[in-house]
Write a protein that binds this ligand. Structure first.
Ligand code: HEC
Length: 431
């Protein structure tokens, strides 16, 4: 099995990726990242990084514990910022940068150079520099505005959800009827908290469940993301009588807050069927999980055979508390293996990685998708309730799961050949 790239540590993964593909990877390692010859200052170097990658969450009324808009606000956090940024815990984006495709929509992660700038700045005493170098403050959009435009159909969680001033974090599913009485094709979808509840909704992942009980990932709410507007001619079918499942994570902020998170959808006009339906499926489910008590590095594999040529649009790992990492690779019909992506997993965040259109993986029919997941049932895992317990598959969030949500549309053979030919280089995905 040509799974050389699927190693746990990012570093060994990178090395093996080089060995496996023979390619020269353009990885800027922290040691080679360049910092400017001049002193690194807040005004010139750090403020722009915070604007791009941090401020959507780190400002008053948003979800993060402190605002990082001004020098005065940032300065007391300098040490903590250095630590979180070097550990790649902030901004939350857990994709392994050394395996597979690297261009994503709404990617606010920091480059190695940016991380080095932050470290250098903090080590030098976090100087302000020349205020004249400061970028103009960002003008933030009204958070209550729908980024996809005014939706045709809005489905809220079934009842307002109250988060008391002091409360433990709450994870769970809330299910609403969509109220749809006819099948409709979705052009755009966005999931969003209400005006005062942005601060308590840590995440909201929506899934459509059709009347047959078939579930399909719909959308993931995250600050700094703009909802999904499907490319022209593509869309999702929302069936009459569907339900919407909201997987929520609420986090108390010291005030009593009422939430009514909603999903908004825009439809294609009635009767218009997009040429390319987008499918969202769980792939590589493994329901035979065996995660012994106390073990830190437990691997499981799952497979899915493709009967069609596809253009992959979204990768979202799905594990529960004990999960630590997931990789997806494609075993092509000629038995060569193409890495798609690996992502580390933190139960506190559910991130859907949306491929940039021009690098979205193109995979021919006959491919087998291979999903590899790792769990940590030792006490080192901060999400582990009790490392003395064996863990296995189950539906409760205290049980474990292992699959990847993937979204794609299919292409017939001619379209597939044309799509492959339109890419700048046929080997781009191997980078
Ligand atoms: C998607 C929203 C989001 C983005 C983007 C984000 N943060 Fe955070 N940040 C949070 C949340 C929520 C917490 C509190 C929970 C936690 O610690 O994980 C946090 C915690 C932190 C902490 C720890 C605070 C403490 O109490 O010790 C630091 C430091 C931090 N963020 C820095 C940053 C920096 C620097 C960036 C940009 C490079 C950034 N964050 C981007 C949401 C975000």
């Amino acid at each position: 099995m040509g799974s050389q790239n699927l190693h746990r540590g990012p570093a060994s993964g990178a090395l093996l990726a080089i060995l496996a593909t023979g390619a020269i990877l353009a990885i800027a390692s922290p040691t080679t990242a360049q910092t400017p010859d001049e002193p690194v200052t807040f005004a010139k170097h750090i403020a722009p990084i915070l604007q791009r990658s941090c401020q959507s969450c780190h400002r008053t009324g948003s979800i993060a514990p402190m605002s990082l808009l001004t020098y005065e606000e940032v300065r007391p956090w300098a040490r903590s910022i250095k630590q979180r940024v070097e550990a790649r815990e902030m901004p939350p984006w857990f994709l392994d940068r050394h395996v597979g495709v690297q261009q994503f929509k709404a990617d606010k992660s920091l480059s190695d150079t940016e991380i080095t700038l932050v470290s250098t700045w903090v080590d030098a005493g976090a100087p302000m520099g020349n205020p004249a170098d400061l970028p103009a403050p960002l003008a933030f959009d009204d958070m209550t505005k729908w980024n996809i435009g005014e939706p045709d159909w809005v489905i809220p969680i079934p009842e307002p959800f109250v988060v008391e001033a002091e409360a433990a974090d709450w994870w769970g599913n809330l299910v609403s009827d969509s109220g749809l009485t006819e099948d409709r094709w979705v052009k755009a979808v966005e999931t969003k908290p209400t005006e005062e509840s942005f601060s308590v909704v840590h995440h909201a992942v929506t899934t459509a469940i059709d009347p047959d009980g078939e579930a399909a990932f719909l959308n993931e709410y995250a600050l700094g993301k703009n909802g999904d507007i499907y490319p022209d001619g593509t869309g999702r079918l929302l069936k009459a009588g569907s339900q919407i499942r909201f997987n929520m994570h609420y986090h108390a902020v010291g005030r009593r807050i009422t939430d009514r998170t909603s999903v908004g959808v825009t439809f294609y006009p009635k009767g218009v069927v997009p040429e390319r339906p987008i499918y969202a499926l769980h792939i590589g489910d493994n329901e035979d999980l065996d995660i012994p008590a106390g073990e830190s590095d437990v691997r499981h594999d799952g497979y899915y055979h493709l009967n069609d040529n596809i253009n992959l649009t979204v990768f979202q790992p799905h594990l529960h508390n004990l999960g630590t990492r997931q990789c997806v690779e494609a075993i092509l019909p000629d038995n060569t293996v193409q890495s798609i992506n690996c992502a580390n997993w933190d139960f506190g965040w559910h991130i859907a990685y949306n491929y940039e259109d021009e690098v979205a993986p193109l995979l021919p029919k006959g491919t087998t998708l291979h999903v590899v997941s790792w769990h940590d049932n030792s006490e080192a895992n901060r999400w582990n309730d009790d490392p003395r317990n064996w863990a296995g598959f189950g539906q409760r969030s205290s049980d474990d799961m292992s699959f990847a949500w993937l979204s794609w549309y299919t292409l017939d053979d001619d379209e597939y050949a044309a799509a492959v030919a339109s890419r700048p280089s046929a080997t781009d995905n191997e980078e």
